[in-house]
Write a protein that binds this ligand. Structure first.
Ligand code: SF4
Length: 344
């Protein structure tokens, strides 16, 4: 295990004490009823929410669904005011916030205010980034007019790496440089440790693909890479995109592939009862695997979340899962075990 600066116990203490409240506990109990007696209308509200700050990205990764489908950069950035109204409307029941979807969150100029707003609303905040622009957040987050740490920090930060080889990195993370990622992450961790902060937990992520399978399969090089950066853990995931050009990206060895084809093997998926996705233009989706917005549930610019959550589209989506006639987006669902092969 990679040496950690702070003990797990200390981290867990602040993580969970902060997010517990009576309405959230009550909502969780309602969710247990939804699990036992799943119905098209959910009794509980979502406990987890994914919000897309921006649909723009500084990279053009060839395997990204938004690049392949030409949807990258098509939606306007979410404004700080809209974000705080969305987060405010969800905070009485939801406690986990994933701050990304399709786009690089650090491309939104209000990202640090969004993080602070969500942390203030007592969300457990996780952000996923390619870390090419991390230096900007580092500067704003750790210095508030030279008076100290400003509070613009998520609880967890996951970083897409995918390859520890500069050439392969450039192929998969088109437009990015591994050296920039390494410098930015090292500097971020150094400052976090200098200020003796217990957050964010920093994790590096590798997705198994054709050209990086060799470097990832024997995890010793990944472990050394993660240790050298000083991050808290690393995660290796299966490649999960389901487009036509899969063979271009899938590892050659079958045991390194997420099972493709055939029926959806998940038991009843609970995501549409416990989580939701909000795109940067306010569109609500049932799941982040709805790459092409096939199931828009409504838009928060024109309806409240309460109106959308049990409206006809959401109820129909849940009903089709219950009936076993799963929606098209759920066939070959890549969400099985969240596609994780290995983590440490
Ligand atoms: S795509 Fe998978 S995770 Fe998403 S709602 Fe369908 S079954 Fe659930």
């Amino acid at each position: 295990m990679i040496k950690r600066t702070f003990t797990e116990v200390n981290r867990l203490k602040w993580r969970f004490a902060r997010i517990i409240s009576l309405p959230r506990i009550f909502n969780f109990l309602l969710y247990l009823i939804d699990r036992i007696f799943p119905a098209p209308r959910a009794k509980a509200r979502p406990m987890a929410v994914m919000i897309e700050p921006t649909n723009k990205c500084n990279l053009r990764c060839p395997m990204c669904p938004a690049v392949i489908e030409g949807t990258l950069g098509m939606r306007p950035d979410m404004t700080a005011d809209f974000f705080s109204s969305v987060v405010g409307s969800l905070s009485s029941h939801a406690f986990y916030l994933a701050l990304w979807n399709y786009g690089e969150p650090l491309m939104n100029k209000n990202i640090e205010h969004m993080i602070k707003c969500a942390v203030d609303k007592k969300f457990l905040v996780e952000m996923h980034t390619n870390a090419q622009l991390l230096d900007k957040l580092t500067e704003k987050a750790f210095f508030n007019g030279n008076t100290g740490v400003s509070g613009y920090l998520p609880d967890k930060m996951s970083i897409s790496v995918d390859s520890i080889n500069e050439e392969t990195y450039r192929y998969y993370r088109k437009g990015g440089e591994l050296s920039i990622l390494k410098n930015n992450v090292r500097d971020f961790i150094l400052r976090r440790n200098t200020f003796k902060l217990s957050k964010p937990w920093v994790s590096v992520q590798f997705i198994l693909m054709k050209n990086n399978a060799d470097e990832i399969e024997g995890t010793s090089s990944i472990k050394a890479f993660a240790k050298d950066l000083g991050v808290d853990d690393y995660v290796i995931k299966y490649f999960s995109y389901r487009g036509d050009n899969l063979e271009e990206y899938l590892p050659t060895k079958k045991n390194l592939r997420l099972k493709q084809g055939g029926k959806n093997t998940r038991k009843l998926c609970t995501r549409p009862w416990n989580s939701t996705v909000v795109l940067s233009d306010g569109t609500v989706l049932p799941c982040c695997y709805d790459y092409s917005n096939e199931w828009p549930m409504g838009n928060l610019n024109t309806k409240s979340f309460s109106e959308i959550w049990n409206d006809v589209p959401y109820s129909e989506f849940r009903a089709s899962l219950i009936s076993g006639k799963v929606p098209k987006i759920c066939i070959n669902c890549p969400g099985k075990s969240f596609g994780t092969l290995f983590s440490k």
